[in-house]
Design a protein around this ligand. Structure first.
Ligand code: 3H9
Length: 710
């Protein structure tokens, strides 16, 4: 029929195949092709039933997301898929969608317009649109409650999590699970339907699962409550709940109209643009210009971790979770026991919460071999060092590893700030040394900053990027500057948070404003969580590099001198109760006031807007410098780092995207004001100035529409 859609026959069963790699998205031509194939088979007297299947690794994975930007950017008009789906559903012959891989978004909506759905056991179905800041736009919110019931439809449409084939069968989305060859199973199913002579029921005409006001009200109330808590600040989940609610109160056609209005509102909103930027960004970061696809990689079959502290333990869990046997080394039995006990406790909590079974936990624990020596390290394909942050100690450990590791093994450091080249210099194989900077808790946070040293080989980089995927992380390649990308930006961000406190804002004001902005946690509370002693140790390490002519925060060091390291000591910027709830502490207020007075800082009322601008623009300004200096490949890499490692709200697109939405010129002007008021630390990044002058964005920079000036 066309390159995208082919039509063949297996006896009296017509088979329509979608062929739009890589994920059979509903790009222009695909829905039209399916509809005209349906029209053709409707007229073909030899055909008694129709099967739709996807070629390659998946059924239709949804609308073509690239098209959304064209519509919101005014490049093309958005069309509705609904008329086509109604025409498909009105086919006079039984229609069967055969699902493998993922029937997501518009893919599931197409499948639900078919009379029956059969699925491979490994298939998944879902309405993940909310993750893109939109809602289903082709009757998903109207058909799903009719097939699966209101509760399941709300869960799937508002929270976007996929459902495996077995569960989809149990709730009525799928009519049969096919073991073995899917197409053969689907054709056999079609023949059964033909033989039975039943007239298929259209999903849009089913009302038996829609419930009534009394049963539905608590479902919607609970979902709205959950959305408020777990999708804080996001508009799409609430819109999705509204749309499913419309299905229970309006006719199918009226419900579709309501869905369409809500879909349009979401699509043209800032959040969907930001989340679509994030979707493509997460895939873009895997692309490294000088390490192309196909670069040879090292097989990672055995791993080792040095250091069983918080980070080492989390990293060890990552390997075990991915099924990779891992040695875990400590210097004393006490530390080793403590580290293992924490790992066991973390796994037990997951079992208690039903995330996986006891059997899975036992298997993962069995993959971890605790040790006090380097015995067995000679077999490891990768060793990750996670000892305390200090150059001398790191060098000592790398010197030891150089002696015990086999040739060709990767030696990665989990340093969060130290110079990878200096660490590598003590080894005879700097090309195999790389930074693998995990974020605490390392078994939970998705980010892995992969730090390229000057000698790191392309093979080691390619292996690290592939490994990040295997460990279910988002790997982002960064350059070797102090603090790399994430923590380098964190320094001015944390600095401004502390300056604001010294100038008159309470710690809870600063944290409150940024929490409201959408961050998972404000910077002051984050410092307490991470441990104030970490930064203290780093500041001492780099004391010699400090510029004495610029202002430095005063309070954090004093808190550390008092033994207030944060949550771990029960007190830092805040006091903590047994539930780790932060409680403002008058003792700290006094300390801050004293520090302000000693430095001659006049305290004043500071509003939320200034808090957000000072902290966010500090991130943006440093991000622009990093970009210009080439330590991040693209602005979107910085965004992905902040969203996955620092609790930045994805629906704001990351700090650089946020700057684009505010307007780079507006950001630059405000930074220039801060520069005039607060001096040197606010010197605007030259790239920011260039973009502002040329009325460009960071997205333009990524597209190569502008090059840095420096
Ligand atoms: C929707 O359907 C709205 C409806 O209600 C209709 C309204 C009218 N479009 O992730 P991968 C690209 S909204 C365009 O690495 P995996 C992706 O960028 C949509 N491109 O593979 C990448 O390109 P590249 C609802 C897409 O195997 C390549 O395909 N659907 C799309 O790890 C491979 O992707 C979704 O939200 C797309 N829909 O995972 C599903 N999907 O190689 C979104 C992928 O150049 N997609 N690409 O970097 C996914 O969740 C995953 O891609 C999937 C495969 C699980 C399918």
């Amino acid at each position: 029929m066309s390159e995208l859609i082919s039509l063949t026959k297996d006896g009296e069963v017509a088979v329509i195949t979608v062929n739009n790699p890589p994920v059979n998205a509903l790009s222009p031509g695909v829905p039209e092709g399916i509809a005209s194939a349906i029209e053709a088979v409707s007229k073909d007297e030899d055909v008694k039933a129709v099967v739709l299947i996807g070629s390659g690794s998946t059924f239709i994975a949804g609308a073509d997301i690239k098209e959304f930007g064209k519509v919101t950017g005014g490049e093309k008009k958005g069309g509705s898929l609904l008329p086509l789906l109604l025409a498909i559903e009105d086919c006079p012959k039984p229609t069967i969608a055969a699902i493998h891989g993922t029937a997501f978004g518009g893919g599931l909506e197409v499948a639900m317009a078919f009379h029956y759905r059969v699925a491979a056991a490994s298939a998944q179905v879902g309405q993940p649109e909310v993750k893109l800041g939109i809602i289903p736009g082709a009757a998903g919110t109207q058909r799903l409650p009719r097939l699966a019931g209101v509760e399941k439809a709300v869960e799937m449409c508002a929270f976007g999590e996929p459902v495996k084939a077995k569960a989809a069968f149990e709730c009525g989305i799928v009519d049969r699970i096919v073991e073995g060859d899917l197409l053969a199973g689907a054709v056999a199913f079609a023949r059964e339907i033909i033989a039975s002579g039943v007239t298929p029921q259209k999903s849009r005409e089913r009302n038996d699962k829609l419930g009534d006001e009394q049963t539905n009200a608590p479902i919607f109330a609970a979902a709205r409550d959950q959305a408020r808590k777990t999708r804080r600040g996001q508009t799409a989940p609430v819109a999705a709940i509204d749309a499913v609610e419309a299905a229970t109160k309006l006719s199918f056609n009226e419900g579709c109209k309501r869905e369409s209005e809500l879909f349009q509102q979401c699509l043209f909103g800032d959040q969907s643009k930001a989340l679509i930027h994030v979707f493509f960004g997460e895939r873009e970061v895997a692309k490294i210009p000088d390490v192309p696809k196909g670069t040879p990689t090292i097989g990672i079959n055995k791993a080792a971790v040095v250091g069983a502290g918080t980070m080492g333990g989390g990293i060890t869990m990552n390997y075990a979770n991915a099924g990779i046997p891992v040695l875990l080394k400590e210097t004393s039995q006490e530390f080793l026991d403590r580290g293992l006990a924490t790992i066991r406790k973390n796994y037990s909590n997951s079992v208690k919460k039903g995330r996986f079974s006891q059997e899975v936990m036992d298997h993962r624990m069995a993959l971890i071999t605790p040790t006090l020596t380097y015995d067995g390290f000679e077999e490891a394909d990768i060793v990750t060092e996670a000892v305390f942050e200090g150059m001398d100690l790191k060098k000592q450990v790398f010197g030891e590893l150089d002696k015990v590791c086999k040739p060709g093994a990767i030696i990665a450091s989990n340093t969060s700030t130290l110079n990878i080249d200096e660490i590598a210099s003590v080894t005879s194989r700097p090309e195999f040394v790389i930074g693998h900077h995990y974020f605490s808790p390392a078994n939970v946070m998705r980010l892995l900053e992969i730090v390229r040293g000057k000698a790191t080989s392309k093979e080691v980089i390619a292996t690290s990027m592939a490994l990040s995927k295997k460990l279910k992380k988002v790997g982002v390649l960064v350059g070797n500057c102090r603090g790399f990308v994430g923590n380098r930006m964190l320094a001015p961000y944390g600095r401004e948070a502390q300056f604001l406190v010294e100038e008159g804002a309470a710690p809870q004001d600063v944290d409150g404003a940024l929490y409201k902005f959408g961050l998972a946690m404000g910077p002051i509370a984050m410092g307490d969580l991470a441990g104030l002693d970490v930064g203290w140790r780093i500041r001492k390490e780099y004391k010699h590099l400090e510029d004495p002519t610029v202002r430095h925060p005063l309070v954090a060091d004093r808190l550390c001198e008092m033994g207030r390291f944060g949550q771990k000591t029960g007190a830092g910027w805040y006091r903590y109760d047994e539930n780790r709830k932060p409680i403002p502490d008058p003792e700290v207020d006094k300390l801050i006031e004293q520090a302000s007075a000693e430095a001659g800082i006049e305290r004043r009322q500071i509003g939320e807007q200034e808090i957000v601008e000072r902290t966010m623009y500090a991130l943006v300004n440093e991000g622009a410098k990093i970009l210009e200096e080439g330590y991040a490949l693209r602005a979107v890499d910085i965004d992905i780092i902040y969203i996955n490692g620092y609790g930045f709200p994805a629906w704001r697109g990351g700090p650089m995207w946020f700057a684009d939405t505010v307007g780079v010129k507006n950001v630059y002007d405000r930074i220039s004001e801060f520069h005039a008021q607060h001096g040197k630390v606010w010197e605007p990044a030259p790239l920011l100035k260039t973009l502002a002058e040329q009325d460009r964005t960071f997205a333009d920079f990524d597209k190569g529409k502008i090059t840095a000036t420096a």
